[in-house]
Design a binder for this molecule. Structure first.
Ligand code: NDP
Length: 323
């Protein structure tokens, strides 16, 4: 047997139960991984509440690091004993052991410990594709990053600075503002009530070529108003709720804007892309350009407390659950 957090119904953090489940067997192309650490991500909240659907009962979680215990037939690149990490679906990471397709695993470099590995994969690969592919940020550009002191946010700030771009970060408290500044944000705005005017002042009226908005419903329209003509609206999360349907004519009225709703799953669908993105991430972390801040740890069995903190906006940087 192994232990897992399972949900039998959608709802608040209290629906998560720490249960015995049979240890899974790796089938063809699969690996059995013993988790050393599991990453906490906002998407876990969406699966728990039912905003994103999964058949029940379900073990949520999309990120982990650990040691390969066994592999199924046809697995050549991964072997028992390998230190590995992964990010992305299918769900099932909130468990002491899990089976996953071996082609979703990357080997962790020796310099990266398990906690950092579990903290960095989903948020770091997301920052990688957002900055390098969704919109290719150039040195000298000024970009807008929401939730700048969060998991994805702190990585975005540091990586953008490393590229030579300038970051305007949006956060909710003065402490988070200090944290974002310490991680590369050149300017920080607290709250979004006057955001377009703040961005206008900071950019001398030029506005920004790209907005990375993970907050969703509460900030969507203000984000559009921060863009320069031809700007790219990257709406990549729903921390405040999903963006309601809207009139595409708004994009015309606000200056021939572009909009995308990207997912990590699309960007990592091909193994070659996953490996290249992970190599890029590992290199910026190994060089020290991007530090992964594991600012909270919880026992995996106490995942409910971790969700409560995340939803109450009490976490900063990354959070790891320990089996
Ligand atoms: P964070 O650490 O960023 O936590 C969420 C933060 O969002 C909070 O700390 C808070 O920061 C801010 N926030 C604003 N409004 C609310 C609200 N009403 N309720 C709760 N939080 C709010 O989480 P992650 O780094 O795990 O994820 C960040 C976002 O990126 C999430 O929306 C997630 O879904 C998305 N994401 C999308 C991916 C993709 O590929 N599309 C992949 C990975 C993440 P503050 O207090 O400063 O406002």
């Amino acid at each position: 047997m192994t232990k897992a957090i399972r949900i039998h119904a959608n709802g608040g953090p209290e629906v998560m139960r720490w249960e015995d489940v049979p240890t899974p067997e790796p089938g063809p192309g699969e690996a059995l991984v013993r988790h050393e650490a599991v990453g906490l991500n906002y998407i876990d909240v969406y699966f728990r509440t039912g905003l994103y659907k999964a058949p029940l009962p379900a073990t949520i979680g999309m990120e982990g690091s650990g040691t390969v215990l066994a592999v199924g037939s046809g697995v050549a690149d991964i072997a028992p004993g390998d230190r590995v990490a992964y990010a992305g679906g299918p769900i099932g990471a909130y468990a002491t052991e899990r089976v996953i397709a071996a082609d979703r695993l990357v080997k962790l470099p020796d310099a990266i410990d398990f906690q950092t590995g579990a903290a960095m994969m989903l948020q770091g690969l997301t920052a990688q594709y957002l900055l390098r592919r969704t919109f290719h940020v150039q040195p000298g550009q000024t970009i807008l990053v929401h939730a700048a002191a969060g998991g994805v946010g702190l990585i975005l700030c540091q990586w953008a600075r490393h590229i030579g771009a300038h970051v305007i970060g949006v956060v909710s408290t003065a402490d988070k503002a200090d944290l974002a500044r310490a991680h590369g944000a050149d300017h920080v705005v607290i709250g979004h009530a006057t955001l377009p005017a703040d961005v206008k002042r900071i950019t001398g009226g030029a506005m920004v070529p790209v907005v990375y908005d993970s907050v969703g419903k509460d900030t969507f329209m203000a984000s559009l108003d921060c863009l320069a003509p031809f700007g790219m609206m990257v709406t990549y999360g729903n921390a405040s709720g999903p963006v309601p349907p809207f009139d595409l004519g708004v994009l015309a009225a606000k200056g021939s804007l572009f909009i995308t709703r990207p997912t990590l799953a699309t960007y990592t669908a091909k193994r070659a892309d996953l490996v290249a993105m992970a190599d890029d991430l590992f290199s910026v972390v190994a060089s020290g350009a991007v530090a992964i801040r594991v600012n909270q740890t919880f026992k995996l069995s106490d995942a409910a407390a971790a969700h409560t903190a995340l939803e109450a906006r009490q976490t900063t940087g990354s959070t790891v659950l320990l089996p």
